[in-house]
Design a binder for this molecule. Structure first.
Ligand SMILES: Cc1cc2nc3c(=O)[nH]c(=O)nc-3n(C[C@H](O)[C@H](O)[C@H](O)COP(=O)(O)OP(=O)(O)OC[C@H]3O[C@@H](n4cnc5c(N)ncnc54)[C@H](O)[C@@H]3O)c2cc1C
Length: 306
């Protein structure tokens, strides 16, 4: 029986783990990867104390910090259920080899972030990793000198188009809205990029190819189907919280876990931190701070209840 199991090993989970180790809790982290979205964040210039770094380096230094404090990180595991029975949490899921695991803990800290929303159109699944990507930072350099499309209207689509304008020969930026929803500074940079062509009010309807992507189709404002030749398609149309595996927890309309200022949920002993919560502004420093808040609340809960 653990005092605590942390699910997720990124900004929120790893920050919490350093505090948990220093408070000498009997705990471990169970996670599908180490670094999460931090590792795919590209250039980072807003982590206090480090003027410039990249996501992978920052994620590695989070990991090293946790390991230096003796934190056990069980990587490659997928948690499919967290439920509370008789005041104890049962955490179950799959090991990397597909076998099933089950753990028991007095408290759980969920720090599982979000995953990219899909377009749900023809060809999207078929060409995933064969031209279709949800991470421009990870896969963008593979499309050097080629024509690509980014789909989306927010900051991450704008960042994707900007990054690809320096790598690809041409970038189509396809937005279903008549305007972008991101920051003005990014919008202005994209509009000033000579090799970015913006297509507004366009619904991407199919991704086509043979072994790899070679084109995509969209419906324009008039409802006509248009086809453009592209080798890569970067999908940045929003994120879905990784919250569905937690039984009985209260979610908001966007499926984010509702959390209070102490990192508590409606389930006593279940704490939550980072992008999976309904706290606004999804940022590394915010996730890290939330992780620590939730951990200190978990310590308080253990002191009072176990
Ligand atoms: C392209 C991009 C650029 C960004 N740039 C910046 C930036 O410059 N500055 C900034 O502050 N923020 C940036 N962000 C946001 C930042 O990455 C997030 O706010 C931060 O990663 C949130 O951390 P987290 O710990 O909540 O979750 P995540 O980083 O999403 O990590 C979630 C963890 O949970 C694990 N997990 C998820 N589900 C399960 C499950 N069922 N079972 C087991 N493990 C699970 C994952 O493996 C991962 O370890 C960027 C994001 C993106 C996408």
């Amino acid at each position: 029986m653990f005092d605590l199991i942390i699910v997720g090993a990124s900004a929120a989970g790893l920050s919490a783990s350093v505090y948990a180790a220093r408070r000498r809790l009997n705990f471990k982290i169970i996670t599908s990867d180490i670094g999460g979205e931090v590792a795919t964040s590209g250039e980072i210039e807003n982590w206090p104390g480090i003027i410039h770094t990249d996501g992978l380096s920052l994620a590695n230094s989070f990991k090293e910090h946790a390991k230096t404090n003796g934190v056990v990180i069980e990587d490659g595991k997928w948690v499919s259920e967290v439920k509370k029975e008789d005041n104890i949490f049962l955490i179950s899921g799959k090991n990397p080899d597909g076998s099933v695991f089950e753990e028991k803990a007095k408290t759980v800290l969920v720090a599982t972030g979000v995953h990219p929303r899909e377009l749900n159109i023809s060809g999207e699944k078929e060409f995933r990793n064969k031209g279709v990507s949800y991470c421009t930072v990870c896969d963008g350099p593979l499309f050097s000198g080629q024509v690509v499309a980014t789909i989306g209207a927010g900051n991450s689509a704008l960042e994707s188009a900007l990054m690809m304008s320096g790598i690809a020969s041409k970038v189509y930026l396809i937005s279903k809205y008549p305007a972008f929803k991101g920051e003005d500074v990014l919008i202005n940079k994209v509009k000033a990029s000579p090799n970015v062509e913006i297509i507004y009010e366009a619904m991407t309807s199919a991704i086509l190819g043979e072994n790899f992507v070679n084109s995509l189709e969209y419906k324009n404002k008039a409802g006509e189907t248009q086809k453009i030749e592209v080798k890569g398609v970067f999908v940045h149309i929003g994120q879905i919280p990784n919250s569905s595996f937690v039984a009985g927890v209260e979610l908001d309309e966007a499926k984010q876990i509702k959390v209070n200022l102490r990192g508590e949920t409606n389930v006593a002993g279940l704490f939550v931190a980072g992008d999976v919560t309904n706290i606004p502004y999804k940022q590394i420093v915010i996730a890290a701070g939330q992780g620590v808040t939730a951990l200190l609340s978990a310590v308080d809960y253990l002191n009072r209840n176990h």
